[in-house]
Design a protein around this ligand. Structure first.
Ligand SMILES: [Zn+2]
Length: 344
């Protein structure tokens, strides 16, 4: 039996896994006040400025405060005596793919800080005076904890690296297939949850940490269609990814709408440091018919299995793709066998 089916004591797992992920950028935090601690105010990772929804001001409580057009949330201004939670102001509905990113602006600590989704049945006030891992505590929500575990129906499963100050957490919710995948600093972590379709879901975040803060840095959606499914499948393959980006109309569409599907490729100038590479690609994105046809021919050749040149494998990208695929396989298998690697 593979190792990942073993029930692993949480302390041992944490020792094996895991240091908190580094910050997405190296900016310094700005001094806070008596209500909110020092926090990042830079706009790294927000170059695209697409915000289809914000936090719902009607779901705030005395333990939450919204600023920046309701995109930035401050939990427990001053002090904390329980778990604060907030949800987005627009529901996720079937037939669409959603991708959004949340930047952690302050250090995280304490019982739990979680990012995920939940239904309208999540009681936002139920744990206001209780410290707990609220998202995923029952069947109405699903969450990824800053400690690196995911939770649903009260079951915690080891999943990814712990996140913290400066991390950007991405979430890809496919409401057609019903899957939720998290990204950490733009690296995909593999499918975390399945069977989320046929429900109406909302984005949610919760925190028990006083003076903690997060900001929505990007949120978009698109109809679940064949193009998106194909791009997602091809994104696992480094050679294919490179071929895709040589086709001008595809490259511009990827850069505009589906950039998040493709793991950062450091050899091509990654956005890992908060620098966008869109200006470079815009400059290159001149519609040159010869170039386009050549590239398209090359792309089609590679699709049909004909070698399209001597592509050198990028070890970083390859490692990310393999890791993502393995993680998805592991989780699908464990779901299929109903034998998770559980932490309690
Ligand atoms: Zn920054």
């Amino acid at each position: 039996m593979p190792r990942f089916y073993e029930i692993t004591p949480v302390r041992k797992c944490f020792k094996q896994i895991k240091k908190t992920a580094p910050a997405f950028c190296s900016c310094r935090e700005e001094p806070g006040d008596s209500l909110v601690g020092n926090r990042l105010t830079c706009s790294c990772g927000e170059e695209r400025k697409v915000y289809e929804w914000t936090w719902d001001a009607e779901t705030t409580s005395s333990a939450t405060r919204l600023i920046l057009d309701n995109r930035e949330i401050h939990f427990h201004p001053g002090f904390s005596n329980g778990t604060a939670i907030i949800r987005g102001n627009k529901p996720f509905v079937s037939g669409f793919d959603y991708y959004w990113e949340i930047k952690v602006l302050t250090p995280l600590y304490g019982t739990d800080v979680m990012i995920g989704v939940g239904t309208t049945k999540v009681d936002l006030q139920s744990s206001a005076d209780r410290f707990c891992s609220l998202l995923g505590s029952n069947e109405e929500s699903w969450g990824y904890s800053y400690l690196g575990v995911i939770q649903h129906k009260g079951r915690k499963v080891l999943y990814g690296q712990p996140f913290g100050h400066g991390s950007i957490i991405g979430l890809h919710l496919d409401m057609w297939k019903g899957t939720l995948e998290f990204y950490l600093n733009r690296e995909p972590l593999g499918v975390a949850f399945a069977s989320l379709h046929d429900r109406i879901l909302y984005p949610m975040v919760c925190s028990t940490a006083a003076k903690s803060a997060m900001r929505i840095t990007y949120c978009t959606s698109s109809p679940s269609n064949l193009q998106l499914m194909c791009l997602q499948s091809l994104s696992y393959d480094l050679g294919m990814t490179k071929q895709l980006r040589t086709v001008p109309f595809l490259r511009s569409q990827i850069d505009r709408e589906y950039w998040w599907l493709f793991p950062p490729n450091k050899s091509e100038g990654s956005s890992q440091n908060g620098e966008t590479d869109s200006s470079d690609t815009e400059d290159e994105d001149i519609d040159n018919d010869d170039y386009g046809l050549d590239s398209l021919a090359s792309f089609c050749a590679s699709l049909s299995g004909v070698s399209a040149g001597s592509e050198q494998a990028d070890p970083v990208h390859q490692r990310l793709c393999m890791k993502r695929k393995r993680k998805s396989d592991i989780y699908s298998l464990s779901v299929a066998h109903n034998a998770d690697y559980i932490v309690d």
